[in-house]
Design a protein around this ligand. Sequence first.
Ligand SMILES: Cc1ncc(COP(=O)(O)O)c(C=O)c1O
Length: 408
Amino acid sequence: MTELDINWVRAQFPAFSEPTLQGQAFFENAGGSYTCKPVIDRLNRYYTQRKVQPYGPYDASRSAGQEMDEARTRLAAMMGVEADELSFGPSTTQNTYVLAQAFRQYLAPGDAIVVTNQDHEANSGPWRRLADEGLEVREWRIDPETGHLDPAALDDLLADGKVRLVCFPHCSNVVGEVNDVAAICTKARAAGAVTCVDGVSYAPHGLVNVDALGADIYLFSAYKTYGPHQGIMVIRRALGEALPNQGHFFNADALYKRFTPAGPDHAQIAASAGMADYFDAMAAHHGIAGDAATRAAGVHDLMRAHEEHLLQPLLDYLTSKNSVRLLGPTRASRRAPTVAIATQTPAAGIAEQLVPLGIMAGGGDFYAVRALQAQGIDLDHGVLRVSYTHYTSEDEVAKLIGALDKVL
Ligand SMILES: Cc1ncc(COP(=O)(O)O)c(C=O)c1O
């Protein structure tokens, strides 16, 4: 397979040539990534040339509406779904909140749902609150030592056929392990349940084909995936049409409007087409051809291969260090480069010590409070998290390891 051209990649991100960011290696990408140039250019163009009510008859308005549609259409094609199965909301947290209101009306007392204690709170709390309506909430629990979510344990939770919805992460933002989404969705479907997959921590490492995965709902956040601050939701048609509409009554026939009651952020939605520009440019630069889903899959594999190659030395270094506990898998092939470690002193303090060493990282709970508690992490200490993406270079990872060695 072709190798990722890291110099080309970095040239697509203005942050890497921004003077105020020089000398600092960015390792808090799971919190929010740098933005690629096509997104910034489109945002700038929208605000300067098209900042009018979209979908009207005049040129500026027509261009604005077309660009919003373009974003939805191109990203949906890359993810193997229809354009109206993809919608934009203010954030993933807001999107799950709205979806939970829809399920509140859709499910009946006596029905059960499954949530995990591996998830970020965004794909956990809103669902757990459905217990107030008399729904049974079953917790699919991680292994306290490894953080692993065992698909075999799901069988027991599904056995009585009462479960109608299974919510779980593609990848936890503190454990980092990549869950076998396709296998889990197959199990859930066989038991008569639909699935809601939090892809926020996975999507920055490659867009997925939601059709192939078999998820009924797949969520991610564009601002962690080189785009603007939007939450992106794929809701498959059968489920989206069955769930009660949460938008204006007169918009109920438009699938992509049914679960986004907030007025759309026109400029940011339009600028999201820049994410598709970036992935397509990467495909073209590396000689990846085919339809949109094929190009996206090729880009996914390129990015993953680069990230994996850089990850193993970091994992090996951390596992060799007695003073810290690495959360999640020790093999790069099983995880995303979102690496949380439990430290002997509060993690936020260690993140501060990394600043003069040219490392931007974070310490805390990252809203994965349940996952940290389940692994016996002292929440007052939290974890130090270092996370990167395909645009991170081998030199930066070496610099990170050197810096960690000074402060740990
Ligand atoms: C795994 C995961 N899920 C969900 C969220 C929430 O996303 P948003 O900030 O778009 O609400 C985050 C944010 O950090 C996350 O890391």
